[in-house]
Ligand binder design. Structure first.
Ligand SMILES: CC(=O)N[C@H]1[C@@H](OP(=O)(O)O)O[C@H](CO)[C@@H](O)[C@@H]1O
Ligand SMILES: [Mg+2]
Length: 550
């Protein structure tokens, strides 16, 4: 039986000491915090990822260094499983424990006991592919990660600076290379060719759409989008904004998908670029989230978020399934979280099965796998469409009975290639939206009119210990602190069309309050009343109470 290279690990680990007084947690988005404290975490993740690969018989696992839409000074790291999916949940706990071992010696002992209890065969090979976004802290963190690889002797491929979804794509492409399930050529070029090739088939014969303005959040999406444009040629003209990937201090600042979703406003930098009647979209810092928006004829801003994308895309896919004569074989379903706008849930429920799951992509992804075609989107614009293996086989073997069926079938197959099924992918989703808009001859206005969003408000509440907040029913109800849920409901009942829920964030040290109601002023009032209630119940200091809380 091979054993861990104790000495190498310990001596390299000494170069990456764990900072005192910091407790790390592998949460919804992996490890994510201030970049300045993450050095030891990266070193250790190098080793943990290697063990994960060994545990999976040497299949390739991914490591992505990014803090997505969070501020530039943050960074983070997450491990990607062989099918391009998020790390299996049980390993999140192991990663947390290992990252918190105090000294190098403690870390090595913790590793040894983990290898034993998890029954990891150390003689297995190790394969890893890793990448980072454009954050200035990236290179140093990559170096720490590489020390981890070196310590355990991992065979690791550097995919450089790229988007999170491209890294997920690479993982799946590497692991399926040369098999029947081949996901594509395992290079960035392979990714761009796959997406652009499918897009061109789907829009063939249609007029060139008006130029799309893309806000790249000054992040890695700017690099990927500009590469993509070379593959698309004039099939989709776009112009890029917020592309300053090397300027300090601008990443995600007053721009990007999270800015648009949380402020429900046009990024100020686009004010002189977007004209009334035109559509645009924003990516986030690692290009896995997408928000669309447009200015109406009077210049008013309208947001088309993840819920609107889900509604647009799901209806389109359902139509093609019917046109292809497959409505009995292939059932389409939707997955949302409690943050989905109530109006979207109502609209979708009238047409399709809809499931609500807890926040976090892995929950949505797993639930979507239960449908033949599962469409999932978080309201914040992270989502994708999954085609089950059976569905893929059905699409391959189905014999169309008419030219119309044959055309629809071909389109469905192209959609399976256009959509990055490993994870939400802003660029792939953007092409998907553009395909639907082109087929339906929709502008932002027609798309927006599918349903009218209920006004809503999201508020953060800083509390002493967010872990005292526990929820049930896909986070829609609080079970602890005791009695609080009932008080929330009493407030909700005072508002027409009111809905509100309270849950601890998985990525920030806050409790989030969401509220919606039939009119804007009421949604705001309900949110701030519930926030005040939460603050007071959690023993918040009266002197520090935010003045907007009611
Ligand atoms: C309200 C909201 O947008 N929450 C986000 C946020 O999670 P929290 O657990 O709410 O902090 O970050 C997650 C990871 O990016 C994302 O999946 C989720 O949708
Ligand atoms: Mg992101």
């Amino acid at each position: 039986m091979a054993s861990l290279p104790r000495k190498e690990i310990q001596s390299l680990s000494d170069l990456h000491p764990k900072p005192e007084n910091v407790t790390f947690q592998y949460g919804t988005a992996g490890f994510r915090t201030l970049a300045s404290v993450l050095d030891s975490v990266l070193f250790r993740v190098g080793i943990i990822a290697a063990l994960r690969s060994k545990k999976l018989d040497g299949r390739t696992v991914g490591v992505m260094i990014t803090a997505s839409h969070n501020p530039e000074d943050d960074n983070g790291v997450k491990i990607v499983d062989p099918r391009g999916e998020m790390l299996e949940a049980s390993w999140e706990g192991h990663a947390t424990v290992l990252s918190n071992a105090v000294t190098s010696a403690d870390f090595v002992s913790a590793l040894e006991s983990f290898v034993q209890t998890a029954k990891i065969d150390l003689s297995k090979p190790t394969r890893i592919v890793y990448a980072r976004d454009t954050r200035p802290s990236g290179p140093a963190l990559v170096a720490a990660l590489e020390d981890g690889f070196k310590a355990i002797g991992a065979d690791a491929r550097n995919a450089g600076v790229t988007t999170t979804p491209i890294l997920h794509y690479l993982v799946r492409a590497i692991n399926t290379k040369g098999t029947e399930e081949s996901y594509g050529v395992d290079s960035e070029q392979g990714y761009f060719e796959k997406l652009s090739g499918a897009f061109k088939k789907l829009v063939a014969g249609r007029p060139t759409p008006p130029t799309l303005l893309i806000d790249c959040a000054n992040g890695v999406g700017a690099i990927a989008a500009s590469q993509l444009s070379q593959y698309l040629g004039d099939t989709l003209p776009f112009s890029l904004a917020n592309t300053a990937t090397t300027t300090l201090g601008v990443l995600n600042k007053n721009c990007g998908a999270d800015f648009v979703k949380t402020t429900q406003k046009l990024p100020p930098s686009l004010a002189d670029k977007l004209q009334p009647g035109e559509r645009a979209c924003s990516l986030d810092g690692d290009a896995d989230r997408l928000m669309y928006f447009y200015l109406d004829e009077r210049g008013h801003f309208h947001m088309l978020d993840g819920d609107k994308i889900a509604a647009l895309v799901a209806a389109f896919i359902v139509d093609f399934v019917k046109l292809a004569g497959l409505e009995n074989e292939i059932k389409v379903g939707i997955v949302q979280t409690a943050y989905a706008n109530g109006a979207s849930t109502k609209y979708l429920l009238e047409r399709l099965p809809v499931k609500c799951v807890p926040t976090g992509v892995k929950h949505l992804h797993h639930a979507a796998e239960h449908y033949d075609i599962g469409v999932y989107f978080e309201a914040n614009g992270h989502g994708t469409v999954l085609f089950s293996d059976t569905t893929l086989a059905t699409l391959k073997s189905h014999q169309p009975l008419s030219p119309a069926q044959s055309g629809a079938l071909k389109h469905l197959i192209s959609l399976t290639e256009l959509i990055n099924q490993t994870v939400g992918d802003a660029l792939s989703d953007m092409l998907l939206v553009e395909v639907v808009l082109a087929h339906k001859s929709y502008t932002g206005v027609e798309w927006d009119s599918l349903y009218a969003d209920l006004p809503n408000r999201l508020v953060k509440v800083v509390v002493g210990d967010r872990n005292t907040f526990l929820t049930e029913d896909a986070e829609r109800r609080l079970v602890s602190p005791p009695g609080l849920q009932q008080k929330v409901e009493e407030l909700v009942n005072l508002y027409q069309g009111g809905r509100s829920f309270v849950r601890p964030s998985g990525t920030e040290d806050v409790v989030r309050v969401y509220a919606e109601a039939a009119i804007r002023a009421q949604a705001d009032e309900l949110a701030f009343r519930v926030a005040g209630l939460v603050y007071d119940e959690a023993g918040g200091d009266a002197a520090q109470r935010p003045k907007e809380f009611l």
